[in-house]
Design a binder for this molecule. Sequence first.
Ligand code: HMG
Ligand code: MG
Length: 302
Amino acid sequence: MKNPSQVSVYEVSLRDGLQNEKGVLPTESKRAILDALIAAGLKRIELTSFVSPKWVPQLADAEELAREVEVPDDVTLSALVPNAKGLERALGTGLPEIAVFMSASETHNRKNINKSIDRTLEVFDEVVPPALEGGLRVRAYVSTVWGCPYEGPIDPARAIEIAVRLIELGCYQVSLGDTIGVGNPRQTEDIVRRALDVLPPEKVALHMHDTRGTALANVVTALNMGIRDFDASVGGMGGCPYAPGASGNLATEDLVYLLEGMGYETGIDLDLLVEAGRVAERVVGRPLPGKVHQAGPFRVRA
Ligand code: HMG
Ligand code: MG
């Protein structure tokens, strides 16, 4: 993205949000959220995960959901893929993009995908090149960059080394995750500087969970350093079931409210996005935590 006033929002509620809900939503309810997100102008949407249904039963309908959705040409759907089996499932649905994911923390990586970091990189050697050959775009995540629930602080140099490996493998962008929402702007400045020392800004995204209310402060820090790609989840749903303490993602409404107010362009209609949050809240059947979701956009009252 060349225009520095444009910011790309990558929506993760249908995946990161729903994987952390207690109940399993019917496929048609997921479609209702998707339609509302598309109506609001979201162009990059993570739809589901081709992970083990034993590990994440909430997303066991991945094939059914991905096969049956029809989206406008300018909307790109993606899905998490952990291994060759996941890739095979994704290829069977015709989705244009996948995302591989791993952690900068050895312990979280094992708890989440049941293998070491080194073994994960070997597995991705069998996933990313065939995915690219199959015509897919591949994104990547590195989790627990700001801190791990099992290991505590993580060496940022190690996290960026993994991010670079994933880009070298052919991923078009790597999203650095504050999986449990512990980061602060000073830390973000250090992590983003290290990333931008070795990668161009368009290859780096931020995936912040807002567990302790610091997500937007971290986003502003990264914006000021040239990052223009941010993940978010409508209503602030989300969390990794294998990272204790991981609560909601940065809410898409909060991100878009901040960005548009600061003069950035997102292409997203905030009123319709708030509507999408209401649809999500209705179908998950619990109040969602996003601030703008609760307060609504800024309006002068008559
Ligand atoms: P495993 O048990 O080690 O897998 O799980 P395995 O290779 O030993 O296979 C065991 C069984 O699982 C076999 O079936 C396989 O076929 C099946 P069986 O022979 O016993 O009947 N299997 C699969 N089935 C469907 N789809 C597959 C698949 N792979 C194997 N892809 C595995 C390893 C990676 C599969 C498992 O650990 C897993 O699914 N983990 C996913 C966990 C997850 O989704 N976590 C949340 C997403 S990450 C996140 O939230 C962080 C993020 O948001 C960024 C951030 O916040 O920082 C991205
Ligand atoms: Mg996440």
